[in-house]
Design a protein around this ligand. Structure first.
Ligand SMILES: C[S@@+](CC[C@H](N)C(=O)[O-])C[C@H]1O[C@@H](n2cnc3c(N)ncnc32)[C@H](O)[C@@H]1O
Length: 274
């Protein structure tokens, strides 16, 4: 479920969002207590108090004439932590975040897991602010934030990619699939609200799927492996329960068991939950 398909009464939607945000803040608070991240995050919050990244993104898209485009959204720390844990990140890893927004995910991952992160973002203001916030921090040798169009990237040196596709159009998600198809075999791509294995079954293999909590509700998080399908014969692992809530994310499991991912249904039936 996300803002694209919520289709509910606006008042109920607003109320649900308020409760979700309160829950997210409560659960996420334990993930902020890392000195370098706290330093970055407190100043980031202060800066964006005066002009939110949502507003900056809106202005950027309006200027480009993309009046209908949904531009911005953030991955809550509780959800990012669930991703990092499943990827078993360590100091030697190098991650690419496509569309890194304000760079918060990059800083959090580098501060907590010691890995190297390259974030690319198309909105110059967001990148400029993040670079200033990072200046002087000991994380500068681990986090690189660049202002560029993700579709101009050379992907050949990456093994781990994170991309939140929630705000993207179908056409844009297809472009992301094409882009990530250029990753070397065995690389892993984590997507939010996009199934690369359905779009390009000949190139991506679904490895794991789990529910991630966002401000708008539950979204599907997919870990997909790059390579020929016959290279990875195991069924995907399906975690139909969230780590932090036992609340209703039941729609999640049913939402995307489309033809291409029928293995999901099998996995769920076999009780492959974590
Ligand atoms: C939904 S936000 C996600 C922000 C961040 N990754 C997170 O999860 O908190 C998507 C971001 O991708 C950026 N983006 C969209 N298309 C892009 C492109 N072609 N090149 C670079 N960044 C892009 C948007 O500007 C936006 O900041």
């Amino acid at each position: 479920m996300n803002w694209k398909n919520a289709g509910e009464n606006p008042f109920i939607g607003w109320f649900r969002m308020l409760i979700t945000e309160a829950c997210l803040s409560l659960v996420g608070v334990r993930f902020i207590f890392q000195r370098q991240f706290l330093w970055f995050e407190s100043r980031r919050r202060l800066v964006y108090l005066f002009c939110s990244p949502w507003a900056i993104s809106r202005r950027f898209l309006d200027d480009r004439g993309e009046l209908e485009a949904q531009g911005y959204g953030e991955t809550p720390l509780v959800t990012l932590e669930a991703v990092a844990r499943r990827l078993e990140l360590s100091t030697g890893d190098r991650i690419l975040e496509l569309g890194c927004g304000t760079g918060r995910n990059c800083v959090w991952l580098a501060a907590n897991y010691g890995c190297h992160i390259d974030g690319v973002e198309q909105i110059p203001t967001l990148v400029r602010i993040s670079q200033r916030l990072l200046k002087g921090s000991s994380l500068t040798d681990k986090v690189t934030l660049s202002c560029m169009d993700m579709f101009e990237l050379d992907m050949s040196s990456y093994r781990l990619v994170y991309v939140d596709c929630t705000a993207m159009s179908e056409a844009c998600i297809r472009q992301v699939a094409m882009l990530c198809a250029g990753l070397p075999n065995e690389a892993r791509v984590v997507t939010v609200n996009a199934s690369l294995s359905e779009l390009m079954p000949e190139r991506f293999q679904l490895e794991r799927v789990f529910p991630g909590l966002f401000i708008w509700g539950w979204s599907d998080m997919r870990i997909q492996r790059v390579g020929m399908p016959e290279d990875y014969l195991d069924s995907p692992q399906v975690d139909s329960q969230s780590d932090h809530f036992n609340g209703n994310c039941g729609s999640f499991a049913a939402a995307d068991t489309e033809a291409g991912d029928s293995a999901l249904a099998t996995g769920a039936a076999q009780g492959m939950n974590q």
